[in-house]
Design a protein around this ligand. Sequence first.
Ligand SMILES: Cc1cc2nc3c(=O)[nH]c(=O)nc-3n(C[C@H](O)[C@H](O)[C@H](O)COP(=O)(O)OP(=O)(O)OC[C@H]3O[C@@H](n4cnc5c(N)ncnc54)[C@H](O)[C@@H]3O)c2cc1C
Length: 351
Amino acid sequence: MATSADVVGRAREIADEVLFPAALRVDGADRVPAAQLDLLASEGYYGMAAPAEAGGLGLSWPEAAALVETLADGCLTTAFVWLQHHAPVRAVADSPRPGIRDRWLAPLARGEHRAGIALAGLRVPDAPMRVTPVDGGYLLDGQAPWVTGWGMIDTLYTAALDVSGDVHFLLVDATAAPTLAVRPLELVAVRASATVDVHFDQHFVPAERLVDRVPYADWSRSDSSGSAMNGFLAIGVAGRCVRLLSPGPAAEALAAELDAVRSGLLTADSATVPTARAAASALTARAAAALAVQTGARAVLLDHDAQRLARESVFLLVFGNRPVIRDALLADLTAPAPAPKIGQVAGQSGE
Ligand SMILES: Cc1cc2nc3c(=O)[nH]c(=O)nc-3n(C[C@H](O)[C@H](O)[C@H](O)COP(=O)(O)OP(=O)(O)OC[C@H]3O[C@@H](n4cnc5c(N)ncnc54)[C@H](O)[C@@H]3O)c2cc1C
């Protein structure tokens, strides 16, 4: 059996030899090529969040973070689609509902069955996604914005609120129907993630698809600081930018900062995740900008990775944010630069 170190080492080979060489092509495609996601499944990566006894990889938190970082460094879009799968896997593994774990965990962990998430419908303040119990199941109503992976997932882990204020988490078949319509979103980056808005209109879901039910306040509290794991998408892109820079002081300074930001994210708790996430996004934006500047005019040619990475860095400034992350990021991005010391200003140095 492969050790954890083998898993991340093998991911590095895949990132460098398969994902990165194809990343520009994927960037312009409508969806991630099935072969790439099948490769991640065959390596066991869809089992990243599953317990080892259920066929999961059994990675520690830093190893799982390294896996996300490495795959994102190869191709952000591929890693982004794959990353959606793991919250549903964890929820299924922890489900208190009879039958859920037995029915769903193994095929999800093997990547035979692939999942996406529709949680943002709970964050629509005036019109959150609604669920109503009916005979034999539930009816879903409303809009779940920002659902990634459409056409590449089988199941949508969907959250909706009932009249008593509880959030229901349901496994919904990810197929269009008269009661489930999707609207594709045109994105400037990660376009092949096939991110869509999903509209539910009295959409029936059988009772046995209920994974969990929790009070809204509990969900909102646990959701409010955002996910540290999402920050490793940014770390991966920043790392690729740093490795594409020519060796020298700029690359060295950014590499040192990357190490510090990575360890900040690895050790963050719920109170410090927002600033650690903000630091990762801000660093990625600067690393992508530095790569574009160093590359020169060619950086704006569509066949150059520098422009892809720059667009991806913009996506990473907004993706998966929460109000606290956004505030921390805005503070970071708008902090005044240190004033130059007298004598360092051009024309005053005497040289
Ligand atoms: C390309 C792309 C793909 C995405 N894919 C997915 C996906 O597959 N699945 C998915 O679920 N999401 C997905 N997202 C959504 C992602 O999680 C959002 O970035 C996130 O929801 C923040 O959106 P925002 O910037 O509009 O948030 P904000 O403007 O910060 O928040 C939106 C609203 O939600 C409220 N809010 C925020 N957090 C909470 C909370 N904890 N409790 C109550 N209210 C809250 C805010 O007060 C605000 O009114 C995707 C986003 C992008 C850009």
